[in-house]
Design a protein around this ligand. Structure first.
Ligand SMILES: Nc1ncnc2c1ncn2[C@@H]1O[C@H](COP(=O)(O)OP(=O)(O)O)[C@@H](O)[C@H]1O
Ligand SMILES: [Mg+2]
Length: 172
Protein backbone atom coordinates (compact mmCIF):
# COMPACT_ATOMS: atom_id res chain seq x y z
CA UNK A 1 0.00 0.00 0.00
CA UNK A 2 1.20 3.50 -0.77
CA UNK A 3 1.67 6.03 2.02
CA UNK A 4 -1.59 7.85 2.79
CA UNK A 5 -1.66 11.56 2.10
CA UNK A 6 -1.94 14.22 4.76
CA UNK A 7 -4.35 16.62 3.08
CA UNK A 8 -5.09 20.25 3.84
CA UNK A 9 -8.45 21.26 2.35
CA UNK A 10 -8.03 24.96 1.56
CA UNK A 11 -10.03 27.78 0.01
CA UNK A 12 -12.03 30.88 0.84
CA UNK A 13 -14.86 30.87 3.39
CA UNK A 14 -17.99 29.17 2.12
CA UNK A 15 -16.19 27.06 -0.44
CA UNK A 16 -17.04 23.84 1.38
CA UNK A 17 -13.97 22.93 3.45
CA UNK A 18 -15.99 21.85 6.49
CA UNK A 19 -18.45 19.95 4.29
CA UNK A 20 -15.98 18.19 2.01
CA UNK A 21 -13.20 17.63 4.59
CA UNK A 22 -14.98 14.89 6.61
CA UNK A 23 -16.33 13.24 3.45
CA UNK A 24 -12.86 13.15 1.91
CA UNK A 25 -11.39 11.78 5.16
CA UNK A 26 -14.02 9.01 5.20
CA UNK A 27 -13.34 8.28 1.54
CA UNK A 28 -9.60 7.96 2.29
CA UNK A 29 -10.16 6.11 5.59
CA UNK A 30 -8.22 8.65 7.67
CA UNK A 31 -9.14 11.04 10.52
CA UNK A 32 -10.50 14.55 9.96
CA UNK A 33 -9.67 17.67 11.94
CA UNK A 34 -11.61 20.93 11.63
CA UNK A 35 -9.17 23.80 11.13
CA UNK A 36 -11.46 26.32 12.84
CA UNK A 37 -11.09 24.33 16.08
CA UNK A 38 -7.40 25.26 16.22
CA UNK A 39 -8.15 29.00 16.50
CA UNK A 40 -7.42 30.68 19.82
CA UNK A 41 -10.56 32.20 21.40
CA UNK A 42 -9.23 35.70 20.65
CA UNK A 43 -9.32 34.95 16.91
CA UNK A 44 -12.93 33.71 17.06
CA UNK A 45 -13.95 36.85 18.93
CA UNK A 46 -12.30 39.03 16.30
CA UNK A 47 -13.97 37.22 13.39
CA UNK A 48 -17.34 37.33 15.15
CA UNK A 49 -16.97 41.10 15.31
CA UNK A 50 -16.32 41.19 11.56
CA UNK A 51 -12.66 42.11 11.95
CA UNK A 52 -10.32 40.25 9.60
CA UNK A 53 -7.47 38.48 11.36
CA UNK A 54 -3.98 39.80 10.83
CA UNK A 55 -1.01 37.56 10.23
CA UNK A 56 0.16 37.75 13.85
CA UNK A 57 -3.18 36.22 14.81
CA UNK A 58 -2.71 33.45 12.28
CA UNK A 59 0.77 32.08 13.08
CA UNK A 60 -0.22 30.23 16.28
CA UNK A 61 -3.29 28.86 14.52
CA UNK A 62 -1.25 27.64 11.54
CA UNK A 63 1.40 26.15 13.84
CA UNK A 64 -1.28 24.16 15.68
CA UNK A 65 -2.67 22.82 12.42
CA UNK A 66 0.85 22.08 11.19
CA UNK A 67 1.59 20.15 14.38
CA UNK A 68 -1.50 18.00 13.82
CA UNK A 69 -0.49 17.38 10.20
CA UNK A 70 3.01 16.44 11.33
CA UNK A 71 1.59 13.89 13.80
CA UNK A 72 -0.37 12.32 10.96
CA UNK A 73 2.66 12.06 8.61
CA UNK A 74 2.84 8.55 7.20
CA UNK A 75 -0.59 7.71 8.70
CA UNK A 76 -2.79 10.03 6.69
CA UNK A 77 -5.29 12.68 7.65
CA UNK A 78 -7.44 15.50 6.37
CA UNK A 79 -7.56 18.94 7.97
CA UNK A 80 -9.45 22.00 6.80
CA UNK A 81 -7.62 25.33 6.76
CA UNK A 82 -8.28 28.29 4.49
CA UNK A 83 -4.49 28.63 3.88
CA UNK A 84 -5.16 31.52 1.52
CA UNK A 85 -1.61 32.86 1.24
CA UNK A 86 1.51 31.12 0.10
CA UNK A 87 3.21 32.24 3.33
CA UNK A 88 0.53 30.43 5.38
CA UNK A 89 1.12 27.26 3.40
CA UNK A 90 4.88 27.69 3.86
CA UNK A 91 4.23 27.87 7.59
CA UNK A 92 2.23 24.61 7.48
CA UNK A 93 4.93 22.93 5.38
CA UNK A 94 7.59 24.06 7.87
CA UNK A 95 5.84 21.80 10.44
CA UNK A 96 4.64 19.12 8.04
CA UNK A 97 6.74 19.07 4.84
CA UNK A 98 4.75 16.29 3.18
CA UNK A 99 1.29 17.89 3.27
CA UNK A 100 -0.67 18.16 0.04
CA UNK A 101 -3.36 20.75 -0.59
CA UNK A 102 -6.82 20.36 -2.05
CA UNK A 103 -7.83 23.87 -3.12
CA UNK A 104 -11.61 24.08 -3.35
CA UNK A 105 -12.27 26.65 -6.04
CA UNK A 106 -15.47 27.97 -7.48
CA UNK A 107 -17.60 30.62 -8.90
CA UNK A 108 -17.87 33.62 -6.57
CA UNK A 109 -21.68 33.83 -6.90
CA UNK A 110 -22.08 30.15 -6.02
CA UNK A 111 -19.87 30.45 -2.93
CA UNK A 112 -21.66 33.61 -1.78
CA UNK A 113 -25.02 31.89 -2.18
CA UNK A 114 -23.89 28.89 -0.13
CA UNK A 115 -22.50 31.18 2.60
CA UNK A 116 -25.71 33.16 2.78
CA UNK A 117 -27.60 29.98 3.59
CA UNK A 118 -25.13 28.78 6.20
CA UNK A 119 -26.44 28.91 9.78
CA UNK A 120 -24.70 29.55 13.10
CA UNK A 121 -21.25 30.28 11.76
CA UNK A 122 -18.90 33.02 12.92
CA UNK A 123 -17.81 34.23 9.45
CA UNK A 124 -20.03 37.05 8.12
CA UNK A 125 -20.56 37.20 4.35
CA UNK A 126 -18.88 40.65 4.29
CA UNK A 127 -15.53 38.95 4.90
CA UNK A 128 -15.77 37.15 1.57
CA UNK A 129 -14.38 40.19 -0.28
CA UNK A 130 -11.23 40.22 1.82
CA UNK A 131 -10.94 36.44 1.45
CA UNK A 132 -10.87 36.69 -2.34
CA UNK A 133 -8.48 39.67 -2.22
CA UNK A 134 -6.10 37.66 -0.05
CA UNK A 135 -6.27 34.37 -1.93
CA UNK A 136 -3.09 33.18 -3.63
CA UNK A 137 -3.76 30.01 -5.57
CA UNK A 138 -1.35 27.08 -5.40
CA UNK A 139 1.91 27.63 -7.24
CA UNK A 140 3.20 25.09 -9.76
CA UNK A 141 5.86 24.06 -7.22
CA UNK A 142 3.32 23.41 -4.42
CA UNK A 143 2.06 19.85 -3.93
CA UNK A 144 -1.67 19.87 -4.40
CA UNK A 145 -4.67 20.02 -6.67
CA UNK A 146 -7.44 22.49 -7.44
CA UNK A 147 -10.94 21.04 -7.34
CA UNK A 148 -14.06 22.77 -8.59
CA UNK A 149 -16.94 22.99 -6.10
CA UNK A 150 -19.82 22.83 -8.55
CA UNK A 151 -22.11 19.89 -7.84
CA UNK A 152 -22.98 17.80 -4.80
CA UNK A 153 -20.59 17.21 -1.88
CA UNK A 154 -20.31 13.57 -2.98
CA UNK A 155 -19.29 14.60 -6.50
CA UNK A 156 -16.71 17.07 -5.19
CA UNK A 157 -15.29 14.47 -2.80
CA UNK A 158 -14.92 11.95 -5.62
CA UNK A 159 -13.27 14.61 -7.81
CA UNK A 160 -10.81 15.43 -5.02
CA UNK A 161 -9.99 11.77 -4.29
CA UNK A 162 -9.31 11.07 -7.96
CA UNK A 163 -7.09 14.15 -8.30
CA UNK A 164 -5.14 13.15 -5.18
CA UNK A 165 -4.56 9.68 -6.61
CA UNK A 166 -2.55 11.28 -9.40
CA UNK A 167 -0.17 13.03 -6.99
CA UNK A 168 3.21 11.60 -5.99
CA UNK A 169 3.41 10.25 -2.41
CA UNK A 170 5.66 11.61 0.30
CA UNK A 171 6.71 10.00 3.58
CA UNK A 172 7.78 13.23 5.22
N1 LIG B 1 -21.48 21.00 -2.71
C1 LIG B 1 -22.35 21.70 -1.97
N2 LIG B 1 -23.62 21.82 -2.35
C2 LIG B 1 -24.50 22.55 -1.62
N3 LIG B 1 -24.20 23.19 -0.47
C3 LIG B 1 -22.92 23.10 -0.03
C4 LIG B 1 -21.94 22.35 -0.75
N4 LIG B 1 -20.76 22.45 -0.07
C5 LIG B 1 -21.01 23.22 0.99
N5 LIG B 1 -22.31 23.60 1.03
C6 LIG B 1 -22.94 24.49 2.02
O1 LIG B 1 -22.30 25.75 1.86
C7 LIG B 1 -22.07 26.35 3.11
C8 LIG B 1 -20.59 26.61 3.26
O2 LIG B 1 -19.89 25.36 3.32
P1 LIG B 1 -18.77 25.08 4.43
O3 LIG B 1 -18.40 23.65 4.32
O4 LIG B 1 -19.22 25.58 5.75
O5 LIG B 1 -17.59 26.02 3.86
P2 LIG B 1 -16.19 26.44 4.55
O6 LIG B 1 -15.91 25.46 5.64
O7 LIG B 1 -15.21 26.38 3.44
O8 LIG B 1 -16.38 27.85 5.02
C9 LIG B 1 -22.66 25.40 4.15
O9 LIG B 1 -23.96 25.82 4.47
C10 LIG B 1 -22.69 24.06 3.44
O10 LIG B 1 -23.70 23.24 3.93
MG1 LIG C 1 -15.48 25.80 7.62
Amino acid sequence: MSTPHVVVVMGVAGTGKTTIGPLLAARLGVPYAEGDDFHPQANIAKMSAGTPLDDDDRWPWLDAIGAWAHERAGLGGVVSCSALKRSYRDRLRAEAPGVVFVHLTGDRALIEDRMTHRQGHFMPTALLDSQFATLQSLGADEAGVAVDVAGSPEEITERAAKALDELPRSDS
